[in-house]
Design a protein around this ligand. Sequence first.
Ligand code: BTN
Length: 291
Amino acid sequence: MTSDFRFNHNAVPFHGFCCYRFETLGSTQDLLKEWVSQGLAKPGTVVLAEGQTSGRGRPGHIWESLQGKGLWMSVYFQPCIPAEWAFGWNMRLALAVCKVLDALVPSVPWQIKWPNDWVTYQGRKVGGMLVENQLKGSCITDSLVGIGINVDEDAVNSSLPYATSLRGEWKRSTLAEQEPNDFRKEGLLQALLAEFEFMMNPGGDSSKGFNFAVNNPITGGWNVEKIIGDVESRLYGLGQRLPFQCGDRTEYWITLGLDQGGGLRVRSESGELQQTLIHPHYRLAYTLNLS
Ligand code: BTN
């Protein structure tokens, strides 16, 4: 894929973002990365594909992205925030997406599974996020945010009991025969971009663009502690005993909350031991919580 391919596509301005749509790509994240490295993308550029042949999940994992079955997109931000805010940034993005899921399928209490997934209360995963930041000195200048959300029921492999889709959860949790129109990917995209726009410009002035250097979150009232509190209020498995993978070992811990650096605060069942688990050294395993 050459970068020139971009110019064969209509760039659609959408809530101040500029969306480039493709039928099929290797990975929206890889194409966006290529554009950014070549200076071809502005903050607010969004790359979308109906299908991906090499979708990337968290490091070392593929992300299955069946043609037309989900929303597969990457968004370019220039947050210009201190590097130690990386986790707050990540969580702010995760909250924005969660809010949209709430609006689309309000009958499901959507939760955030540490650190980057959206799941139902039972732990069924509807989507995940891949945030790749670039630093200059101690500042996050560029952030490439890849988002994958399963929309149709057949987006998910039936052999994965913990995977779900928006449509599947809608059917499972409501009696309504009619689906909301917003299930069309267009509606989901629109809602996400509106939420991101609000996140970047809480004062509602989108002329400031998508660069925090202009509308700095420190002056704009962003508060990492509040963000973390908001995430904790919808953190999957809070207060529960959950399995964590550490290499090929499984350890069980009771989840207490998040620390500001992005770790998960946990304690042993007896309460004798408390520690902070760091991702990806520790990974919260997938389990279905049917209680
Ligand atoms: C995860 O849960 O492991 C993260 C999944 C991120 C998938 C999205 S789909 C759009 C974008 N392009 C990619 O190659 N990956 C992200």
